[in-house]
Design a protein. Sequence first.
Length: 101
Amino acid sequence: MSEKLDLDALERFKNPMTPYGMLVRALRIVAGTTLMDMANYLNTSPAQLSGMEHGRKPVTYHDAVEASGYFQRLGVRGVLPALDAALSAVDPVKRNGGNDA
């Protein structure tokens, strides 16, 4: 069993969360919601959201807008600028949907 735990820890170390993922997870904690709840609301899978948080799946500005709407619905308002900044910390071209002027 400990070998399995060690492999899981190693996999998490190799795939750390992105700044966007860390923020989304923190916002879920603040809002008192789960990855499954968020996935259901956004009509996607928990695996897709987890992949986005860990950088295995692409995240667009549209995704940040959708996430912001989810958190606003739960009473956590004004998070889009922070989500956008966290997204651009990984890939500045993605900021504002790649439409920076």
